[in-house]
Design a protein around this ligand. Structure first.
Ligand SMILES: Cc1cc2nc3c(=O)[nH]c(=O)nc-3n(C[C@H](O)[C@H](O)[C@H](O)COP(=O)(O)O)c2cc1C
Length: 355
C-alpha cells in the first residue's frame, strides 16, 4: 500500500493524498493584484492532475507586500470575488484549495524574473517604497525600505488576519503563512536581517514574536476547522544565521499557536548563502523539525520521482510532499505516480479513454 496515496486529515479537511502543489509566483496578476484566467487554468490544471492540495502563489496581504507589481493579493472584497471561480473549480475537481498569504518586506517592488532589468521597480513604473525590520535594503539595487514602527507591525498582524478571513470567504479551505525566503516574517526571524533593538528583535524570542503573533491572529480569524500551515526557511545556510535548532523551537511554538503543519523550505535571507542543492536537499530539515518538535511537516525541494516522494512519507520524514517545478513540467505527475506505486489513479472521466 502506498503511503503517498494515504489521506491526511488536518482539522476538518482531509486531503485524498500527500501531494501538494508548492506555492509558485506566476507574475501574471491583473491590475491591483487580481487573479486572472492564467491562475484559473494554471491552478486548475494541477487539480485535474491529481494534486490533493493546490496552493496559490505568494498572495500579498497588503499592496506594498507584493514581490512584484504582477503578484496576486487578497486585500479587498474585489480580490475575494476574483478568487472565487478559482477555488470553486479546484474544489469541484477534488483538490483542497489553499492560499499562501505573504508580505515581501524589503524584497517587495522588484521586477518579475523575465524582465531584462533586476532590482527595485521605481515609482514611475508602478513600484513603491517597501517596509522592513530596518532601513537596510536587501541588495544595493533593491529599494530602500522604511523601518516598521510598532503601529506598522500591528498593522501587518492585522492584515494577515483580515486576509485569512477573506481567504475563507473566497472558498479557500486551508491557509499557509509565508514566513520563509527572506520575506517580511523571515526578515524578523533571522539574526542576519533583524537588527532591531526593541521588543521585535534581539534574542530569538523577540525575533519570533511577529511570526507567532501572525499565526495566533490567523488561527483566531479562521476558526477551529481550517488548517493553517506555515512555510519557514528551516536554515539560512549561513554561519551566525537562523538554524535548524531555531526552527525546531519555532515549530513547537507555532503548533501551540494553532499551526497544523510546518512547510520546511530554506534560504533567502542572505544572497551569499551556500545552499547544498541536490535531490531532496531540504527533506532532512523537515524530518528533523518533525522528529524534534513533534509537529507535522511538509517537505519540498527537488522532489521529482514517485518512489522518492513515497519514501519521504513512508519513512516518516514528512507528512506532506510539495512539488514545485516538477508539477510545472508535468501537471499529471500525481496520477502517473499513483499508477507507478499501485494506487488508484483517479483520472478525470473526461480523460479516461487516454489511460
Ligand atoms: C517559478 C517559481 C515561483 C516560486 N514562488 C514561490 C512563492 O510564491 N512562495 C514560496 O514560498 N515559494 C516559491 N517558490 C519556491 C517553491 O515553492 C519551491 O519551494 C521550490 O521551487 C523548490 O521546490 P521544487 O524543486 O519542487 O521546485 C517558487 C519557485 C518557483 C520555481
Amino acid at each position: 500500500m502506498s503511503s503517498l496515496f494515504t489521506p491526511l486529515t488536518l482539522r476538518a479537511v482531509t486531503l485524498p493524498n500527500r501531494i501538494a502543489l508548492a506555492p509558485m509566483c506566476q507574475y501574471s496578476a491583473g491590475p491591483d493584484g487580481l487573479p486572472t484566467d492564467w491562475h484559473l487554468v494554471h491552478l486548475g490544471a494541477r487539480a485535474v492532475g491529481g494534486a490533493a492540495l493546490v496552493m496559490t502563489e505568494a498572495t500579498a496581504v497588503v499592496p506594498e507586500g507584493r514581490i512584484s507589481p504582477q503578484d496576486t493579493g487578497l486585500w479587498s472584497g474585489r480580490h475575494v470575488d476574483a478568487w472565487r471561480p478559482v477555488t470553486s473549480f479546484l474544489t469541484a475537481h477534488g483538490a483542497v484549495p489553499a492560499v499562501q498569504l505573504a508580505h515581501a518586506g524589503f524584497k517587495a517592488s522588484t521586477y518579475r524574473p523575465w524582465e531584462p532589468r533586476r532590482g527595485g521597480v521605481p515609482d514611475v513604473e508602478g513600484g513603491w517604497t517597501p517596509v522592513g525590520p530596518t532601513t537596510e535594503p536587501f541588495l544595493p539595487d533593491y529599494r530602500v525600505p522604511t523601518a516598521l514602527d510598532p503601529a506598522g507591525i500591528s498593522g501587518v498582524v492585522e492584515a494577515f488576519a483580515t486576509a485569512a478571513g477573506r481567504a475563507v470567504d473566497a472558498g479557500f479551505a486551508a491557509v499557509e503563512i509565508h514566513a520563509a525566503h527572506g520575506y517580511l516574517l523571515h526578515e524578523f526571524l533571522s539574526p542576519l536581517t533583524n537588527q532591531r533593538t526593541d521588543g521585535w528583535g534581539g534574542d530569538r524570542a523577540g525575533r519570533m514574536r511577529l511570526t507567532l503573533e501572525v499565526a495566533r491572529a490567523v488561527r483566531a480569524t479562521v476558526g477551529e476547522d481550517v488548517p493553517v500551515l506555515t512555510r519557514i526557511s528551516a536554515t539560512d545556510w549561513v554561519e551566525g544565521g537562523w538554524t535548524v535548532a531555531d526552527s525546531v523551537a519555532l515549530a513547537a511554538e507555532l503548533a501551540a499557536a494553532g499551526v497544523d503543519l510546518v512547510d520546511c523550505s530554506s534560504g533567502g535571507a542572505s544572497p551569499t548563502a551556500a545552499i547544498p542543492l541536490g535531490r531532496g536537499y531540504q527533506v532532512p530539515l523537515a524530518a528533523q523539525v518533525r522528529r524534534e518538535a513533534q509537529v507535522p511537516t511538509g517537505a519540498v525541494g527537488l522532489i521529482v520521482e514517485p518512489e522518492q516522494a513515497e519514501a519521504i512519507v513512508a519513512d516518516g520524514e514528512a507528512d506532506l510532499v510539495l512539488l514545485g517545478r516538477e508539477l510545472l513540467r508535468n501537471p499529471y505527475w500525481p496520477h502517473q505516480a499513483a499508477a507507478k506505486l499501485g494506487a488508484d489513479a483517479n483520472w478525470p472521466n473526461q480523460y479516461l479513454r487516454a489511460v
